[in-house]
Design a binder for this molecule. Structure first.
Ligand code: 6PG
Length: 462
């Protein structure tokens, strides 16, 4: 009898199966795509059992069965559940490791619960390489069921630099997939921030691709250390195999998306979460596909570039990244309240510290901030991040100015600056909005000097 089962054996599923097996567990694999099962059979490993039918797969597993479903999100997951249900026993545990929408996971969790099946919606991050060598895992669902599978999940997960596993119970129902969705929103934010910094470096600083690669490589050695910074250096360095140029100069500048970042924005709108950097990052991908491309390229005199451009950009990048993370955690805080989840933000930061796409040195500091105050209302209320803001905001302001003067768009860098200028500002001008609303629609307003709800009989000047 095998200890763990994996359904779906394309790259992610196959690598996760190998990962579990490499940690000493026996695994059965099944796919409706026969060649994928044949590929597993080629390993000829007694702890890696290829199975060719639903029945053979389910019957090969010891009870309670622990099954990871690693297939395309959406309808295929529902179809798989329908196939499995008649074959399972009460108490079996299903784990959906795809990028499922948390609404679907909430629904599936309830449906499975009715049949006595435990359903865990688990965010998995780290791509193909992470799946094999240690992904970050974000499991949500029934806590008791989580405890049953936690030894396997902990064994297969990435480990933080201090050796803790990048997996921990997130919360009930769809909360694990919610956290993965937020991970992806933060990912969109940081990717766009980096892209804007690259744009300022090349357009204002006139740095070559190799020089920029070195700049990112150096940044990756210090406080800015992050997987996305590391791969940016590599993307900039790579030569094309069709021409002698750098590949980056031949990649069409239209960003695609599968949509998890967009989902975060949809829920932010429902919750009223001010995730401006992530929203701009989502919209920047739309903009890149809608651009009319008929402006002349900006021409900037290299002499005009400030001497400390690289240092200023490093500081702006660091602070804007902190805002992207901060907004992610802000939305999590609002979602936890709205959906009645008890989320542990330091566990979430730890889950993201290694293995996943947004892993970085900064997540270590975020984990400490939430360890020190588990109810932190905003990341920038933590002393460490308050200092980060104070030390870097003038550089961010300067970079936004430099870019504006050069005609370089900075949707996320500007959004990060505006967020920080707004969120702690006691003098925001929205008193005017309230006045206007009351004027044209008698929508009423609150006062800043006494409690209650008020309406003014606005008078027209004669
Ligand atoms: C991860 C990634 C992964 C996927 C993104 C890509 O954590 O491993 O986030 O899930 O690569 O979803 O998303 P887009 O196609 O929307 O950019």
């Amino acid at each position: 009898m095998q200890q763990f089962g994996v359904i779906g054996l394309s790259v992610m599923g196959k690598n996760l199966a190998l990962n579990v097996k490499n940690h000493g567990y026996s695994v059965s694999g099944f796919s409706i795509d026969k060649p994928e099962v044949d590929a597993l059979a080629k390993y000829e490993d007694k702890d890696l059992k290829p199975t060719y039918t639903w029945e053979e797969f389910v019957n090969s597993l010891e009870k309670p069965r622990k099954i990871l479903i690693q297939i395309m999100a959406g309808k295929p997951v529902d179809e798989t559940l329908q196939k499995l249900l008649p074959l399972l026993d009460k108490g079996d545990i299903l784990i959906d490791g795809g990028n499922s929408n948390f609404h679907d996971t909430n629904r599936r969790y309830e449906e499975m619960e009715k049949h006595g099946i435990h359903f865990i919606g688990m965010g998995v991050s780290g791509g193909e390489e992470g799946a094999l060598n240690g992904p970050a895992l974000m499991p949500g669902g029934d806590e008791k069921a989580y405890e049953e599978v936690s030894p396997i999940l902990e064994a297969m997960a990435a480990k933080t630099p201090t050796g803790q596993p990048c997996v921990g119970y997130i919360g009930p129902a769809g909360s694990g997939h919610y956290v993965k969705m937020v991970h992806n929103g933060i990912e969109y934010g940081i990717m766009q921030i980096i892209s804007e910094v690259y744009d300022v470096l090349r357009t204002v600083g006139h740095y070559s691709n190799d020089e920029m690669s070195e700049i990112f490589k150096n940044w990756d050695k210090g406080a800015l250390q992050a997987y996305l910074i590391e791969i940016t250096a590599k993307v900039l360095k790579q030569k094309d195999n069709l021409t002698d140029d750098h590949i980056i100069d031949h990649i069409l500048n239209e960003a695609s998306y599968k949509g998890t970042g967009n989902w975060m924005l949809e829920d932010a709108i429902r919750l009223g979460a001010p995730i401006t950097v992530i929203a701009e990052a989502v919209l920047a991908r739309f903009m890149s596909k809608a651009t009319l491309r008929d402006d002349p390229e900006p021409k900037i005199d290299p002499e005009k570039a400030p001497k400390d451009l690289v240092d200023q950009l490093a500081k702006a990048l660091y602070l804007a990244m902190a805002v992207s993370y901060g907004q992610g955690f802000e939305q999590l805080t609002m979602a936890a309240k709205a959906y009645n989840w008890r989320l542990h933000y330091s566990t979430i930061a730890q889950n993201w510290e290694a293995g996943c796409i947004i892993r970085s040195q900064m997540l270590h500091d975020i984990k400490f901030a939430y360890n020190a105050d588990k109810d932190l209302p905003n990341l920038f209320k933590a002393p460490f991040f308050d200092k980060v803001k104070k030390e870097n905001i003038s550089a961010l302001r300067e970079v936004v100015k430099i870019a504006a003067d050069a005609g370089v768009p900075t949707p996320t860098l500007s959004a990060a600056l505006n967020y920080l200028e707004s969120i702690f500002n006691p003098r925001l001008p929205q008193n005017m909005i309230q006045g206007q609303r009351d004027y044209f629609g008698a929508h009423t307003y609150q006062r800043n000097d006494r409690p209650g709800t008020f309406h003014t009989e606005w008078y027209e000047e004669k």
